[in-house]
Design a protein around this ligand. Structure first.
Ligand code: GTP
Ligand code: MG
Length: 339
């Protein structure tokens, strides 16, 4: 009898300790995907390969997406997401805190006051500005000028340039720097350029920006991705793969938005257009990347070639600025207003 009681008590105790352990696990916090429960090196690799490279991307994923990517069971996928969520501060912020944060927004000015005005003073930090338009419309030139002008923010401001089409030209930086009255050598030193060879590489480079900031202590104020969509477009061809492409692009945009938000830096991305064959009136082009890119971008500018070599920028989507247009032209030493 006594023996039995002891056995029952032991059973209870072990249940209690199991429950305590379970509770403990539920309040676990993780620093990176590598220390999520049940994630070994192989699973981490699988997650990374499809773009789940940080906790936020897992926190906002659905169990089905995680299962798809890793082949793990439903319960573990849910657990993973739960731990990722509890590890991140995904809470609310009061309106006045938000207003204070708006006060810290910096606007990077180009040498075209019309273009700056269109954006309410310049290209904003804490936001993604997307520029889409046909070849030669000036997307890359704006990327270069921003890389220079962002250095007006502070002595140590750094621009990160992710170049997917091999169109970054230090010579152009030189010319723009001189035009802005800045020291070209110093400006070039403060631009970190990386060639991205495919979409995975491109996404990985974005993850590395966190290291530049946290480990190397660089004061990154601008991140350029030129072009945002070219690799995605080339790698995912056909209807069947469109959903995969969009999912991946979504994670990429999210990572960029997070960078913009957490480090108060300006993200500038470029995007191509494609012909809309069923369009008879208006502009027969539309941006690549569809709703995913459109929704994640804070500001969207449509660039087109105007008369006499000018360029016309049209603000398509903005949280607080009216839609409008601005003319400018690309000069040797900067982006200028049309006289
Ligand atoms: P894609 O990347 O091909 O889609 O085009 P993009 O929109 O990036 O075009 P980009 O910014 O490269 O613009 C090219 C245009 O900028 C050229 O057609 C020129 O009009 C102008 N441009 C480029 N370099 C110079 C330069 O050194 N001096 C002057 N004056 N204009 C330049
Ligand atoms: Mg270009």
């Amino acid at each position: 009898m006594e023996q039995e009681l002891i056995a029952v008590e032991e059973k209870n105790n072990s249940r209690k300790s199991r429950m305590a352990a379970k509770e403990d696990r539920n309040s676990e916090k993780s620093q990176s995907i590598y220390d999520l429960p049940g994630v070994g090196a192989a699973t981490a690799e699988k997650l990374m390969a499809v773009g789940y490279s940080d906790l936020m991307s897992i926190a906002v994923a659905t169990p089905a997406e995680i299962i798809d990517a890793t082949g793990m069971g439903d319960a573990l996928a849910k657990k993973l997401i739960a731990v990722a969520r509890s590890s991140l501060e995904m809470g609310f912020e009061s309106g006045d805190d938000l207003l204070k944060r708006r006060d810290s927004v910096i606007k990077i000015k180009t040498a075209s006051s019309a273009l700056n005005q269109l954006l309410g003073g310049g290209f904003e930090t804490g936001a993604i500005t997307e520029c889409f338009g046909e070849f030669g419309s000036g997307k890359t030139q704006i990327a270069h000028t921003l890389s220079v002008m962002s250095q007006n923010i502070s002595e140590d401001a750094v621009a990160v340039y992710i170049d997917t089409e091999n169109t970054f030209r230090p010579e152009r930086i030189n010319q723009f720097a001189k035009g802005a009255g800045l020291d070209p050598d110093k400006v070039l030193k403060n631009i970190q350029v990386a060639r991205a060879y495919n979409s995975d590489h491109q996404m990985l480079l974005v993850e590395k920006i966190d290291d530049l900031i946290k480990k190397k202590g660089l004061n990154v104020k601008l991140v350029v991705v030129d072009s945002l969509t070219a690799h995605f477009r080339a790698e995912f061809i056909g209807r069947g793969t469109l959903a995969d492409r969009q999912q991946k692009l979504n994670r990429h945009m999210h990572a960029l938005l997070k960078l913009a938000d957490t480090h108060n830096l300006c993200v500038y991305v470029t995007n191509q257009v494609m012909a809309k064959p069923d369009m008879f009136f208006g502009d027969p082009t539309q941006a690549i990347g569809g709703h995913i890119v459109a929704h994640a971008s804070t500001y969207r500018i449509y660039l087109r070639k105007g008369k006499k070599g000018t360029r016309v920028a049209k603000l398509i989507d903005s949280p607080s600025m009216p839609e409008g247009e601005a003319g400018f032209y690309v000069d040797t030493d900067g982006i200028k207003d049309v006289e």
